[in-house]
Design a protein around this ligand. Structure first.
Ligand code: MN
Length: 300
């Protein structure tokens, strides 16, 4: 058993925000990012905790062909299987413990189909805002069937992005962001942090305690820069994502499936997608293509 948090430890100052409930296709999600007062954590600009839900309609659990620009999608499953197909020709089933990382750059389209019949669906999809150096560049897709794992006090960390205790993820990284899955057992686990980065914990299962704060699914716990570690206490078992990075300097403009820097870039992407422009290519899918809604601002 791990030692309890020593009483001399500096109390962890954590800002807890409630995710909002949304639905993506027919699937309920808890949207942890963006929030009104917390748009980003490092370059992480979007986080949907998906389910857990019992899938009874495979079509409704999928998302038909749709576009992205300016972001990377990070898909991580706890239960269920998805089939990813994109305009690069990628066709990849993803299972729990595996990482799908899609880089949109100037434009990509993909479909995320439920793979199989009925079953439990539980996971998280996050987006990373690409920096100016790559956001107008080529799209790309990576699948990582296995990732480095690190034993911490009472937890096993899987390194999705970045490094932890000398273990580095093979996943492409265009900024300094990091992401770990934490499978926590009873006890207190001291998770090393990057001192100059900001971090956040998104609880996926169970209950975790940081200082006097209790976090559950539906919570995002934000830790400001300047911490080298965070003690995470668990009574039973829990699962959480830890994300972090240097605070995002770019002024992001986000709408629908697009991350850019201003409305004009987004309007152009919206027009191009609905016009079936070459920019986004085409996707083969059993699901229907999703048209972009009208942009909510005046265009010239
Ligand atoms: Mn997508």
């Amino acid at each position: 058993m791990a030692d309890p948090i020593p009483p001399t430890a500096e109390p962890a100052s954590i800002e807890i925000t409630d995710s909002h409930s949304a639905a993506v296709g027919g699937t309920p999600v808890r949207r942890a990012l963006p929030q009104h007062d917390r748009r980003t954590v490092g370059a992480w600009c979007f986080a949907d905790h998906i389910g857990p839900v019992d899938v009874t309609d495979p079509v409704a659990a999928g998302i038909g062909p749709h576009p992205h620009i300016g972001l990377q999608t990070v898909t991580w499953l706890i239960d269920g299987e998805l089939r990813h197909r994109d305009s690069l020709g990628s066709d990849q089933v993803i299972r729990p413990g595996q990482l799908n990382l899609m880089t949109a750059g100037a434009g990509i389209a993909h479909a995320e189909e439920w793979h199989g019949e009925r079953g439990r669906y539980h996971g998280i999809q996050l987006w990373v805002a690409q920096p100016d150096a790559t956001r107008h560049g080529d799209p790309a897709f990576e699948h990582h069937a296995s990732l480095p794992m690190v034993d911490l006090d009472s937890a096993t960390a899987t390194v999705l992005v970045g490094s932890l205790e000398g273990a580095s993820s093979p996943a492409r990284r265009d900024t300094d962001h990091l992401g770990y899955d934490l499978a926590l057992r009873a006890g207190t686990t001291v998770v090393p942090l990057a001192g100059s980065a900001e971090h956040a914990l998104i609880v996926l299962e169970g209950t975790v305690q940081i200082g006097a704060n209790v976090l559950m699914p539906g919570h995002l716990g934000y830790l400001e820069p300047g911490r080298d570690e965070v003690p995470v206490g668990v009574d039973d078992t829990a699962r959480a994502m830890l994300i972090g990075g240097l605070p995002c300097e770019a002024r992001l403009s986000m709408w629908w499936n697009f991350v850019a820097r201003d409305h004009d870039e987004i309007t152009a992407a919206q027009v191009d997608w609905n016009a079936h422009a070459e920019r986004f290519g085409s996707v083969t899918s059993v699901l229907d293509r999703i048209d972009a809604p009208p942009v909510p601002w005046r265009t010239t």
